[in-house]
Design a protein around this ligand. Structure first.
Ligand SMILES: *Cc1c(COP(=O)(O)O)cnc(C)c1O
Length: 241
């Protein structure tokens, strides 16, 4: 058995245990493998071990892998910050985007989504930690952005995503997941047809599942420690020379 096969099994077991502890069904929670900085061969190994959904943060790196793995029907999710000059290639190459946090980006993704593809599946990234440096729409403006995105023709709003403040304080972590859950419940009450709460990573997926996560985004626990610098930094360094 490969290392990836056994780490994937261990992660699935953690998900099942956390679900059971929260009186939820394990199959309510989808596992997204966050594969940034891991080469295409590692993604292929994870696919061979049964993993079908992968998330990428950096467009250039992602496109290289999508091309190298085009023989596999992988479901690709974009989970990183989005610059407006990248929306076209994101809209053309991904099934989902988790990191929409402003109208301009939503507009461009909808405009750039090819007619031949199904609508792009969207989560709004919410800044639940209130840190200035974090991406994400503020909790107060989330409903306004949801209304806007729900009205765009080539997007389909599915739910919310968050990357909480890195902390070892479990209570703080949990309160941030809880806040995302409350915003999500409120939107559903207001009539938005949502089914996705994208929250929880290697360190905190158990808490996120207790708070209602339906997609956990897991990198390190599947692939091992990341290789830095990230490929996009390498590429930038190369072109700047
Ligand atoms: C890298 C990343 C993850 C996975 O993080 P791990 O701690 O390696 O599990 C999840 N979500 C986002 C947005 C990421 O950038």
């Amino acid at each position: 058995m490969t290392i990836i096969t056994s780490s994937l099994q261990a992660v699935k077991k953690r998900i099942a245990t956390a679900a059971k502890d929260a009186c939820r069904q394990p199959d309510e929670i989808k596992l997204l493998a966050a594969s940034k900085t891991n080469p295409a061969e590692q993604v292929r190994a994870a696919w061979d071990a049964g993993q079908t959904i992968f998330g990428e943060n950096y467009l250039q790196e992602a496109l290289e892998k999508i091309f190298a793995l085009s023989d596999l029907p992988i479901e690709w999710h974009f989970i990183g910050p989005i610059q407006s000059n990248k929306t076209k290639r994101i809209a053309e190459n991904f099934s989902w985007v988790h990191s929409v946090d402003r109208k301009k980006i939503a507009d461009r993704l909808s405009r750039d989504r090819p007619e031949t593809l199904p609508p792009l599946q969207i989560c709004l990234q919410v800044n639940v930690s209130g840190e200035d440096t974090k991406s994400g729409v503020s909790p107060k403006l989330t409903s306004d952005l949801a209304t806007y995105v729900a009205g765009l023709p080539h997007l389909r709003l599915r739910g919310l995503m968050a990357v909480p403040e890195l902390t070892t304080a479990t209570a703080l972590q949990r309160s941030q997941f809880h806040m995302l859950r409350e915003i999500y419940d409120q939107l559903r009450q207001d009539g938005f047809d949502l089914d996705t709460l994208s929250m929880g990573m290697s360190e905190d997926m158990d808490i996120a599942i207790a708070e209602g996560a339906t997609i956990v985004r897991v990198g390190t626990a599947i692939f091992g420690p990341r290789r830095y610098p990230i490929p996009e930094e390498l590429a930038a360094a190369r072109t700047n020379r």
